[in-house]
Design a protein around this ligand. Structure first.
Ligand code: ADP
Ligand code: MG
Length: 508
């Protein structure tokens, strides 16, 4: 299924009503026309234009609320995530334009942003979807100077950034990316999710010294992983939702920085430049150019978001811009970048998988029951477990209600007798006895055939799934070995919280 990238624009409210405000027109909340100030107009190659136009899925004007942004942008994305599709929402824009405000929100609960609202929505929805059993995991990382760090590692509260373990990446034979040193936290309700978000944001804040002010110079990726299992069949799926707050997109020439800060700025600008290169390459490929190579690997952020950018993922971008003319160059650069992103599309599919372990377990049980029934049947006992609950009628049932004898009627009564629904058959003649034996023989043969047929079917299925399961186990132990053999990094951890049924919120 094709999924076009959606690009939304959000204008930050203007600080003042002075002449400094950007001049623009908004048409149907979809098209933004920016009137170019003189100095920009004369900088253009073709300076005959005095305005530029940009199209969006939707434009949120300066008065838009957090709730409006959430319901328009996020709800459709999360619904598709809950259905088993990967999804990414990322915020792009210059520092101070409202990325963090949009994604995390401001201090008050009312002004909370996309991430906390997404958590509430996810937990509410999975409570409603009773046909599925869900498990939710959260991880939160920061990419800073081309290094990635776990924001949910409590030890980071006491140690400076320089001593943190870096997250390491490696790719397996199937080009899947695996991460080490990133903790994954099972999360049983909205509050636990919010606590993790707050802890991550806190760790991010304490790690940023006035020197590095990491908040504007780092990318943050909050990832929700959903495991859903259909309780009526054995189909399960795993989907991932990345909520990304990118570093400020301002160009290096504008930020007059030196020394360490210059280094940082280079890194940040580089990773956003690489992001742009990936988008350009994807655009060219979409337009039919022969572009096999997409330069994801040039930066950590593009490697990590490889799927979001050109793979199996529904991707949405929220571009944030300032409404002041002082920032017009950065604003135009954000708007141009958004237009390129808006042309992309991804091929998405549901990440469905069969829970082999559960199927094998069920089939083994079914097979055992069948074998037991077959043995019992061969010994002549009653095997119809469904009928056990039914009361046997302690009565003699006349085989026929007088001539002519009806073989079908006799067969039905014999079946009742075999199933112990009646205790005796009242046989009045040799002819009746013969018909009875015939009916018994037929029933026996048919039932034997049915059992054998069912057993063969289940055995074949079992063998197939057993093989698949063994192969799957071999693969995962191979990956584990690979993880353990890597000397430079710690083994990737899953926190050991017990698996609690998400349907029961502990705090309610
Ligand atoms: P960024 O993350 O892009 O650097 P922030 O989200 O930190 O920018 O926003 C900078 C400041 O502007 C913050 O104080 C934030 O609360 C405020 N702000 C941003 N966008 C909005 C908005 N849409 N409405 C009200 N205040 C906003
Ligand atoms: Mg920010």
């Amino acid at each position: 299924m094709k999924s076009q990238f959606e690009v939304y624009l959000r204008l930050k409210p203007s600080n003042n009503q002075s002449q400094n405000a950007m001049q623009y027109q908004l048409y149907h909340n979809k098209r933004l026309q920016v009137l170019l100030p003189r100095h920009v107009k004369f900088g253009l190659v073709n300076n005959s234009r005095d305005n530029l136009e940009f199209n969006f899925t939707h434009v949120f004007d300066q008065k838009s609320t957090q709730e409006q942004v959430f319901s328009t942008v996020t709800i459709p994305v999360i619904n598709s995530f809950l259905d088993g599709y990967n999804a990414t929402i990322f915020a792009y824009g210059q520092t101070g334009s409202g990325k963090t405000y949009t994604m995390s929100g401001a201090e008050t609960w009312q002004l909370r942003g996309v991430i906390p609202r997404a958590l509430s929505y996810i937990f509410d929805e999975i409570d409603k979807r009773t046909k599925f059993q869900y498990k939710i995991y959260i991880s939160f990382m920061e990419i800073y100077n081309e290094n990635a760090y776990d924001l949910l590692e409590k030890r980071h509260l006491e140690t400076p950034l320089e001593q943190w373990n870096k997250i390491a990446l490696y790719e397996d034979d199937q080009n899947n990316i695996h991460l080490k040193n990133l903790s994954i936290h099972q999360c049983n309700n909205e509050q636990e999710g919010i606590d993790l978000l707050m802890m991550g944001n806190f760790i991010r804040q304490v790690s940023s010294t006035p020197m590095n002010q990491s908040s504007s110079r780092s990318h943050c990726i909050f990832t929700v992983t959903l495991e859903g299992c259909d309780t009526t069949s054995e189909t399960c799926f795993v989907s991932k939702l990345h909520l990304v707050d990118l570093a400020g997109s301002e160009r290096i020439s504008k930020s007059q920085v030196e020394g360490n800060l210059l280094n940082e700025a280079k890194y940040i600008n580089l990773s956003l430049t690489y992001l742009e290169q990936v988008i350009i390459a994807l655009n060219e490929r979409m337009k039919g150019a022969n572009r096999q190579h997409i330069p994801y690997r040039n930066s950590l952020m593009t490697t990590l978001l490889k799927d979001s950018l050109g793979g199996n993922c529904k991707t949405v971008m929220i571009s944030t811009i300032s409404s002041e003319n002082d920032n017009i160059e950065e604003t135009l650069s954000t708007l141009r970048f958004s237009q390129r992103v808006g042309q992309l599309e991804n091929e998405i599919r549901r990440n469905e998988k069969v829970d082999l372990e559960a199927v094998v377990k069920r089939l083994e049980q079914e097979k055992l029951v069948l074998i037991r029934e077959l043995e019992q049947f061969q010994r002549g006992g009653n095997v119809n477990s469904n009928n056990k609950k039914l009361q046997t009628q302690q009565q003699m049932l006349p085989l026929s209600n007088g001539p002519p004898l009806n073989p079908k009627e006799i067969s039905e009564k014999v079946e009742l007798y075999l199933n112990e629904r009646i205790s005796q058959l009242d046989i009045k003649s040799v002819e009746e006895a013969q018909l009875c034996f015939e009916a018994m023989k037929d029933l026996y043969n048919t039932r034997m055939k049915e059992y054998v047929h069912e057993l063969t079917f289940i055995s074949e299925k079992l063998q197939k799934y057993d093989e698949l399961l063994t192969r799957k186990k071999e693969q995962s132990s191979f990956l584990e070995q690979k993880e353990n053999s890597s000397p430079e990094v710690e083994v990737y951890r899953r926190n050991e919280s017990p698996q609690i049924n998400l349907k029961k919120k502990p705090n309610q």
